[in-house]
Design a protein around this ligand. Structure first.
Ligand SMILES: *Cc1c(COP(=O)(O)O)cnc(C)c1O
Length: 459
């Protein structure tokens, strides 16, 4: 089960070769799940765990199954959801975290690792333009970060929420997000005990952004009905179409009503790296809290979200606890008393290493080139008679095919069957579109031109 340092070298080398082989074969194969699924399930059933097997043979099975039994994120023609091809530095970081397995619940158990995370979060907060004193923490993903935001809002709105829960409110607490937002908000409201009804899906402006006047109307109606507005989230980079809600106006409405303003920039937050593109995020720096995922456009391996908070004192109110077996409960640096997790993996080292190796300039290049490639595709599809259905400053494009090529759903199904590229179906303002997103830093002009040909039935 364990291995001494000298015995590792050979097997580490074998693992490296095993992975390199799969990565290479993925690139040359289809951009879709390509495993023989029936064969795979038969092989899987043979694992009854009665007899030990060699690590090498199990590694072969798992790497083959994972590489080809998943939609391949590392394929340069995966124009898919926000999942990146992970940067190599973040793979190193994952490996280092795994090897030493530090426990980051309390600072005194892993002071260096906790400080590396605090340092990285602070750099991100400064880059965004948050004031000194702002802070936050790494999370398992954007959903946890968004849930933390709602917990902060509920706790700030009613000090008795901590002891009495949702029944401390005299009416239904209400959360406002746009109809185009990420619908994890429904699960969050459910889990927090305020009920899915708490979520108000505010109308959009016809272009996929929350309508501020609709927001004002819904809040006004709620106040008349006795509901209690608590929280509004602007989405900076909607999942369907990369649209950015008008954060300045929404922030002003939130301030006037005294409600928490959160910005969900899970994917789009990466634009802060680029001096040229970051103006699109104007207003984000005035929010009460922000979600950014490192595991999306920042290209780390999965399971790395970030919650940032303008006035983080509320976090120690939300997550306070003391247990006599814990060495301390210091809200200035013990993560288990300021965040949802207890045992805590060294999540942030992946963003730390990637930032250190690439610099902000490396990330700026990464997002700018993706946006430029999407621009190239937008032009070429428009010239071929496609309708452009979104107007995002980010690297996602929604298009509707000309009638001769069938419906958006036809095109997506045909492309996935073809296997030469992977795109998805998404609706923008209730119209089905072909959604094309670039998050892979190795996608290039030849890949984009190939996608154009596949979409137009030219290859
Ligand atoms: C991905 C995403 C989420 C959910 O984050 P996870 O990391 O998948 O938990 C929430 N909001 C937006 C805008 C997203 O893009």
């Amino acid at each position: 089960m364990f291995k001494n340092a000298d015995a590792r070298l050979l097997e580490d080398q074998q693992l490296t070769e095993m992975i390199a082989d799969r990565l290479d074969r993925i690139k040359r194969g289809p951009a879709s799940v390509s495993i023989d699924y029936d064969q795979f399930t038969r092989n899987l059933r043979e694992f009854d765990f009665s007899e030990p097997r060699s690590l090498h043979s199990v590694g072969e099975f798992v790497s083959e199954a994972t590489a080809f039994g998943s939609v391949p994120m590392t394929h340069p023609r995966y124009f898919g959801l926000f999942n990146p091809a992970p940067s190599y530095a973040s793979e190193w970081a994952d490996r280092i975290a795994a090897a030493f397995n530090p426990q980051l619940a309390v600072w005194s158990h892993a002071p260096a690792a906790v400080d590396i995370e605090i340092h990285t979060v602070a750099a991100l907060a400064r880059r965004i333009g948050f004031p000194d004193g702002a802070s936050g923490h790494f999370t398992s993903g954007g959903s946890e970060a968004n849930e933390t935001a709602v917990l902060c809002a509920l706790t700030r709105a009613a000090p008795r929420y901590a002891s009495d829960g949702a029944r401390c409110f005299a009416g239904q607490p209400a959360l406002y997000v746009s109809r185009e937002s990420h619908l994890a908000w429904l699960k969050i409201a459910h889990r927090l005990g305020i009920g899915r009804q708490a979520v108000r899906l505010v109308e959009t402006d016809g272009a996929g952004r929350m309508s501020p006047s609709a927001l004002r109307d819904v809040i006004g109606e709620d106040l008349r009905q006795g509901a209690i507005p608590i929280f509004v989230a602007s989405t900076a980079g909607t999942t369907n179409a990369g649209m950015i809600d008008p954060m300045v106006e929404i922030g002003e409405i939130a301030a006037r009503q005294g409600i928490w303003h959160h910005v969900d920039a899970a994917w789009g937050g990466a634009l802060i790296a680029s001096a040229e593109l970051r103006p699109a995020l104007q207003g984000m720096e005035r929010a009460d809290s922000i979600t950014v995922d490192a595991h999306k456009w920042f290209a780390t391996t999965m399971g790395a979200g970030i919650f940032l908070c303008r006035a983080p004192k509320v976090l120690s109110e939300v997550f306070r606890v003391s247990a006599d077996y814990m060495p301390s409960n210091d809200a200035s640096r013990d993560p288990y008393v300021t965040s949802a997790l207890w045992s805590r993996r060294f999540i942030g080292v992946r963003l730390f290493m990637n930032l250190a190796v690439s610099g902000w300039s490396g990330y700026a290049h990464h997002v700018e080139r993706a946006v430029a490639l999407i621009g190239r595709l937008r032009t070429s599809l428009q010239e071929s008679g496609w309708e452009i259905a979104n107007d995002s400053p980010m690297a996602v494009l929604n298009v509707i095919p000309p009638p001769r090529l069938g419906s958006s759903a036809d095109v997506v199904a045909r492309t996935q069957t073809h296997g030469g590229a992977w795109v998805s179906l998404a609706s923008v303002e209730r119209k089905p579109t072909v959604r094309i997103c670039i998050t892979n830093g190795q996608t290039d002009e030849a890949d984009v031109d190939a996608l154009h040909e596949i979409l137009c039935l030219l290859r």
